[in-house]
Design a protein around this ligand. Sequence first.
Ligand SMILES: [Fe+2]
Length: 275
Amino acid sequence: MQTQKRDNQARPLRLIQITDTHLYRDPAGALLGLKTQDSFAKVVDLIASQQPDPDWIIATGDITQDSTPQAYQHFADTMARLPAPFCWIPGNHDNRETMVSTPAFKAAFLERVQLGNWQIIMLDTSVPGEVHGLLSEHELAHLEKSLASVATDDSLQHSLVCLHHNPIPGTAGWMQDIGLHNAQALLDILARYDSVRGVVYGHIHQTLDFEAHNLRFFCTPSTCIQFKPGVEDFALDLRNPAYRWFDLHADGRIDSQVERLQAYTMDVDQSAGGY
Ligand SMILES: [Fe+2]
């Protein structure tokens, strides 16, 4: 586990979430008309202007749209402008092998990070060739072991669980089969430990902050296109690209907010029937 020990009694830990960047090998590549490298770079500029001293950054999957090494390189090059380390997990559009085998980014493939008295648990839910997610036995064992460690590690008190796929059904009819298929296995483990303060994900490209199953869940918008909630068939939302920040307090409280680009025009193909 990577450990970044900082006393977070004086001020909370500032964690940044970036998700669903969907980058291409060609920096001019567009998803439903939107140039994803351009909107991602603008979101990173926004983070740089608003977040002078972040402690850590998590990137929760769909880093690339085409899974090419060049697209991952674009991501890392852009992230280098931010003054904090990042770790990432794959989404359904990523290729885990490419992410793991790129030597320069091995440091980003972390299963667990300790920040102050918090542990950030990163779970890989990707299934090669599929849109939906699944937690393998390995990932479930990693989660269980990480949560169990709080009982024997005096430096740990709180846990934040991060994954790409939504473990709670999506908010639109077309989303019903694309989430985490074995979400109950995740929820069963989370219910056995009292250090879990939040579950963080992306994948459905929208803002959510709600309580369910005695847990708090956060979904974060993409740095590119947004999906309209509450509809039956696929539809784009014209809200701007965004990121999320979290303040992780030493007593386990979480403050969090989504920040969107201002003065940005969503130039997207609104007739698209899917992505
Ligand atoms: Fe995505």
